[in-house]
Every structure is written in structure tokens, then in C-alpha cells.
Design a protein around this ligand. Structure first.
Ligand code: ATP
Length: 256
């Protein structure tokens, strides 16, 4: 469903993504993890057509990123970590604009938007009474998630999707993505919240400096590395093994 072939991105001298090659089949929820600056967002931006690779390529549902960029965009939904939206539109104006870009008829789009509102337990007026710039962070995130899923894409990329969602919305969201995957959609989920990743994802890929460190089912990775949890495995692999000791030592420097 998603194939990466030596996907690479340089920013000047810096190598952000270093020859990633991966196969992700339909119906899988893949957690893409890595420390700050590892290359996660850059990878997702290339896979959604927002950044051009320096070399290598990828295919989504058989469509090549470079030669069929519009087909790729039709097949993917993306919730970026920035949560950026057009702040001078209302939520409804924004979602109707997104629906029009994907060629969804106005009536069908309105019905679908109402289903998302019901899922998030929101009234229709929240989409009409304010500009997006005045929305709370969680409300904006709900609109961005709706926008990413409105055209019913077979592949969805989430970059830190729970950021700003309240506990109820987060629980509903986790169930939603697990159900979407069971129905054959492919989900790539990038997050720093490792206990959620451990519970939700079928497969975890940890990258650092743009390269894959480990790739496998979370429980198997934890077992094969003899680690107590995914969080511990992550810190061990990414140079954070002594983080607690360093935090303790640093805290002592605050003593009067
Ligand atoms: N537009 C850009 N111009 C220059 N360098 C960039 C740009 N975008 C990303 N980088 C660099 O590429 C590297 C990878 O960044 P990226 O945002 O992909 O990391 P990340 O794994 O998503 O990190 P985080 O967990 O902090 O969000 C970083 O060193 C970053 O500074």
C-alpha cells in the first residue's frame, strides 16, 4: 500500500532522511517514532507531496510520488503536527473548501461534516460562529482531523494527532483509527506518546538521523531487546539511557 524506495531528503549539507526503504501493507497501523529532529515530519511531508525528495521515491496505492503526484494526493489524508489552517475562515468554510478541492458534492460534504461533528460530540454552530483563528487548540485539531478524512482516503498520515484533544476525544480517536485499519485503511502514526503507540500500533519503526533503527511489532521488539517497555527501548536506542540521572543532577543545580 505504501512503498518507500531509498527515500532521501537533504536540506543543504544536512541529511534529514537518509535512504528509507519500507513496505507497509494495507490495514496496518504503523507508529513512526524517533527523537526530535530524527526526520519523521520530513518523511511524512514527502509522502504527502508537501516536500520534494532529494533522491529516491515512494509509491502510494501503486501511484508514484514523482510521476503521479495528484493521484497520490487523492489517496492520502494528512494531519500535520502544526495544525495549520486558514485562520480567517470559519470551520465550515474551511471544510467546505477542502471538500470542493477533493471534488465532493456540496450536499454529500455537508452530510459527512455533520457525521464528524456527531463523532466529536459537537453542535453545528461551533463550525459557523467563529473564525478558525479564534478556535481552541483541541477544536482546531478536530477540524484538521475532519479535513484529513473527509474524502475517505485509503492511506492516512497522522503527525502527533492527539495533541490538544481532550481525554474523551482521544479515546474516540484511538478507536476510530483501529476500526479504519480493520476495514483496510493504512495508517502511519507519528507521535512521542509512546504508551499510546504501544497500545494502538501493529508495528513500530524507530528512526534516528533519517535511518531505521528497529522495525517490528511493539511487543516483539520489547521482548527481543529485553526491554521493560517501548519507552525504555526507545531511550536505550536513541541515546537517552541516562536521561533520569541527568535530570536528577540538573534538578540539584536549582538548590539555593
Ligand atoms: N525546511 C527545513 N529547512 C532546513 N532544515 C529542515 C527543514 N525541515 C526540517 N529540517 C531539519 O531536518 C531534520 C529533521 O527534521 P524533522 O522535522 O523531520 O524531524 P522530526 O523527527 O519530525 O522532529 P520532531 O520530533 O522534533 O518534530 C532536523 O534537523 C530539522 O532541523
Amino acid at each position: 500500500m505504501i512503498s518507500l524506495h531509498s527515500l532521501t531528503k537533504h536540506f543543504g549539507q544536512q541529511v534529514a532522511v537518509d535512504g528509507l526503504s519500507l513496505e507497509i501493507p494495507a490495514g496496518q497501523i504503523v507508529g513512526l517514532l524517533g527523537p526530535n529532529g530524527a526526520g519523521k515530519s520530513t518523511t511524512l511531508k514527502m509522502l504527502t507531496g508537501m516536500l520534494e525528495p532529494t533522491s529516491g521515491t515512494a509509491a502510494i496505492c501503486g501511484h508514484d510520488l514523482r510521476s503521479e503526484p495528484m493521484e497520490v494526493k487523492r489517496k492520502v489524508g494528512f494531519v500535520p503536527d502544526s495544525g495549520a489552517v486558514f485562520e480567517s475562515l470559519t470551520g465550515l468554510e474551511y471544510l467546505e473548501m477542502i471538500a470542493a478541492l477533493y471534488g465532493i458534492p456540496a450536499g454529500a460534504a455537508r452530510e459527512r461534516i455533520k457525521q464528524f461533528l456527531a463523532f466529536f460530540d459537537l453542535g453545528f454552530d461551533v463550525l459557523t460562529d467563529k473564525l478558525l483563528g479564534a478556535y481552541s487548540k483541541g477544536m482546531r485539531r478536530k477540524v484538521v482531523i475532519t479535513a484529513a478524512l473527509l474524502h475517505n482516503p485509503p492511506v492516512v498520515f497522522f503527525d502527533e494527532p492527539l495533541d490538544g484533544l481532550d481525554a474523551n476525544a482521544a479515546v474516540g480517536f484511538k478507536t476510530l483509527i483501529q476500526t479504519l485499519a480493520r476495514e483496510g485503511r493504512t495508517i502511519v502514526y507519528s507521535s512521542h506518546v509512546l504508551d499510546v503507540v504501544e497500545r494502538v500500533c501493529d508495528r513500530v519503526i524507530i528512526i534516528d538521523k533519517g535511518r531505521v533503527l528497529v522495525d517490528g511489532a511493539p511487543d516483539e521488539l520489547v521482548k527481543s531487546h529485553d526491554a521493560p517497555s517501548l519507552e525504555r527501548l526507545f531511550t536505550r536506542l536513541t541515546g537517552g539511557g541516562d536521561v533520569e540521572q541527568r535530570a536528577e543532577d540538573f534538578a540539584k543545580t536549582f538548590r539555593a
